[in-house]
Design a protein around this ligand. Structure first.
Ligand SMILES: Cc1cc2nc3c(=O)[nH]c(=O)nc-3n(C[C@H](O)[C@H](O)[C@H](O)COP(=O)(O)OP(=O)(O)OC[C@H]3O[C@@H](n4cnc5c(N)ncnc54)[C@H](O)[C@@H]3O)c2cc1C
Ligand code: FES
Length: 276
């Protein structure tokens, strides 16, 4: 068993942090990589990015939004309980290079995925501006951590309850207008990554996104995670999850993410009825 040693709830309980004992994974993991977890013998294989690692303590941290049956089962786990299986580190680590001025854009739980990448980009000597957004102030996560991981943090809320009233793309546009941006990293809901990439293409700024297609084995064998990038088929679990944002077919990705929506809803409703 992979024991949970710390647990926190954020964003009104819709997002949960678990710090898990996984010494071998924590020693090998690099920014941008993910793990696949199973709650029990019959559990689904769920991919989640490592939001942090502590090789000295031998732990990894995951932060997930509760969206369906498996993440609801994860949420029910208490400190001292744990996951039956945690496999990783998986995926290609983030390419880290000193390029100059970098803008990191995160939305929703994408902020958790963005956190170790932002810290690492600052660590190799880049000037990092971070823009994070949420629908409303109470749903914002990791504000203090993102402030520490970057040189300048800008916050946006859709309803104007905190920070800039509007979308992350409004603030990104202002920064792009100032000039000098060498790289944009965007991680969040697929429409957000699509619109950021559309905008940065107009400014000719290289853009990296992290994709979240449905994954099963996570090792390049099943083909479940295939995405189209630059007209070629790629497996996000081994070729990614990070790709050139200007080359991704976002509409296909969105359609594929919805492929099992009916079955997922049925399974979640059944789970909710049993646990009420
Ligand atoms: C590489 C990668 C890293 C991710 N990192 C994070 C993270 O750090 N935090 C976070 O909140 N979420 C992350 N996700 C998304 C997370 O895996 C899904 O939210 C989760 O699988 C939903 O499972 P469920 O049973 O609770 O929901 P379901 O009701 O089964 O599904 C809800 C939605 O989640 C997606 N989904 C379902 N099953 C899978 C699967 N096996 N693989 C991928 N997506 C699936 C589909 O879009 C689906 O419509 C990541 C996904 C990938 C591929
Ligand atoms: S998840 Fe099976 S090939 Fe990527």
């Amino acid at each position: 068993m992979f024991k949970i040693v710390n647990r926190e709830e954020m964003a009104e309980g819709t997002v949960v942090l678990n710090e898990i004992e996984a010494p071998l994974i924590s020693r090998k993991a690099k920014p941008g990589q993910f793990v696949i977890l199973k709650v029990n013998e019959t559990g689904e294989r769920i991919p989640l990015t490592m939001a942090d690692t502590d090789p000295e303590k031998g732990t990894i941290t995951i932060i997930y939004m509760v969206v369906g049956k498996s993440t609801a089962l994860f949420k029910a786990l208490k400190v001292g309980e744990g996951y039956q299986d945690v496999i990783g580190p998986l995926g290609t680590p983030t390419h880290l290079e000193k390029v100059g001025k970098v803008v990191c854009v995160g939305g929703g739980t994408g902020v958790a995925v963005l956190h170790p990448i932002t810290r690492a980009l600052k660590g190799v000597g880049n000037e990092v501006i971070c823009i994070i957004g949420a629908r409303t102030r109470d749903l914002l996560i990791l504000e203090d951590q993102m402030k520490a991981a970057s040189h300048d943090l800008r916050v946006c809320t859709d309803d104007g309850s905190y920070g800039h009233h509007g979308f992350v793309t409004d603030v990104l546009k202002e920064i792009l207008e100032e000039g000098g941006v060498k790289l944009v990293v965007a991680i969040g809901p697929v429409p957000m990554m699509k619109f950021v990439s559309k905008m940065t293409r107009d400014y000719n700024v290289k853009t990296m996104v992290s994709l979240n297609p449905i994954m099963i084995d996570g090792t390049g064998m099943c083909g479940g995670c295939r995405v189209s990038v630059g007209g070629k088929t790629k497996f996000a679990c081994v070729d990614g999850p990070e790709f050139d944002g200007h080359q991704v077919d976002y509409d296909e990705l969105m359609a594929r993410l919805q492929a099992y929506a009916e079955e997922e809803k049925e399974s979640y409703d059944e789970h909710c009825a049993l646990t009420q």
